[in-house]
Write a protein that binds this ligand. Structure first.
Ligand SMILES: C[S@@+](CC[C@H](N)C(=O)[O-])C[C@H]1O[C@@H](n2cnc3c(N)ncnc32)[C@H](O)[C@@H]1O
Length: 292
């Protein structure tokens, strides 16, 4: 079994000139990335109105996933940390606007302008600490926070990921939920070791009917080819579909309320001590709104 690329070197080093070229000239990889991008676009569930949307491709690499977005008539902005991958994207005349950047430091895109985001085989890289200054939890927080901000309200992000284990999957999903997303994980072909694919399907905003997690493929015996694994070692975890939303801040219950009588007594005490105390008025000890 091939070792996971994330364990071999940081992404900007692993995807050097040689690897970028090898990656982009493999017909097997081209085929798999195209299928994954098609599925991500399907799960994005954009309105069926032939209107081109502005989409984000996170970890766009050499533009294989972006090509699918172009074929469907959308505009896209691609972000990647590997200059070599982006150079190949330029050579291939990818239609998207390309940004050289680290998603772990935030996306740097204007708030609320993106109609949808996809990411194919990239986000699991954030679970690795490549430098002493890297803390995966904080990098995921920066990533999901900026993704949430740049998406239009109600827009979706579909992230196809290869988590190494259950802990990584929970780390990624938990970070997304804490950023405010609702949604969950769709696992296609859960019973196939090789074809099994996981998609985080996230909606920007609280859970609603439109943010319900879509149906996975392959659970009803739908056929799949078993030669699609390019992720390296993969554990065959059970299907995980969750639908959570950001927990409300906990309010302290049974907190003893200090009423007007208590406030007046306290003010009187302060006056007796010689302190300057505001005069009593109709606003003294009035009830305030508990939240905005
Ligand atoms: C397997 S490739 C996928 C590329 C493209 N999405 C495709 O479908 O062909 C993973 C990509 O994620 C990028 N990547 C990994 N970590 C990243 C980070 N922190 N910020 C931006 N891109 C990153 C890598 O440079 C690489 O191009």
């Amino acid at each position: 079994m091939a070792s996971r690329p994330e364990l071999q070197a940081p992404p900007e080093i692993f995807y050097n000139d040689d690897e970028a070229r090898k990656y982009t000239s493999s017909s097997r990889i081209i085929d798999i990335q195209a299928k994954l991008s098609e599925r991500a676009l399907e799960l994005l569930a954009l309105p069926d109105d032939d209107v081109p949307r502005l989409l984000l491709d996170i970890g766009c690499g050499s533009g294989l996933s972006g090509e699918t977005l172009t074929e469907h008539g959308h505009h896209w902005i691609g972000l990647d940390i590997s200059g070599s991958m982006l150079n190949v994207a330029l050579e291939r005349e990818a239609e998207g606007d390309l940004i050289l950047g680290d998603m772990g430091q935030g996306l740097g895109v204007r708030p609320g302008v993106i109609d949808g985001a996809i990411s194919i085989s990239a986000v699991q890289w954030l679970c690795n600490a490549d430098r002493s200054s890297h803390e995966p939890r904080l990098r995921l927080k920066a990533f999901f926070g900026s993704l949430y901000r740049c998406l239009a309200r109600g827009a979706r992000a579909v992230l196809q990921v290869y988590p190494e284990n259950l802990a990584q999957r929970e780390l990624i999903l938990g970070s997304a939920m804490r950023a405010g997303f609702s949604g969950g994980v769709v696992v296609d072909f859960p019973h196939s070791t090789k074809t099994r694919k996981e998609f985080l399907v996230l909606t920007c905003g609280p859970a609603s009917l439109s943010s319900a997690t879509p149906q996975a493929k392959g659970e009803d015996g739908e056929s799949c080819s078993d030669d699609e694994d390019i992720s390296g070692d993969e554990e065959n975890q059970s299907v995980l579909v969750s639908d959570r939303h950001r927990p409300r801040k906990k309010h302290k219950l049974n907190k003893k309320v200090k009423g007007k009588e208590w406030v007046m007594e306290k003010k009187e005490k302060m006056r007796r001590k010689g302190n300057t105390v505001p005069a009593d008025s109709k606003y003294t000890a009035r009830k305030r709104k508990t939240r905005f």
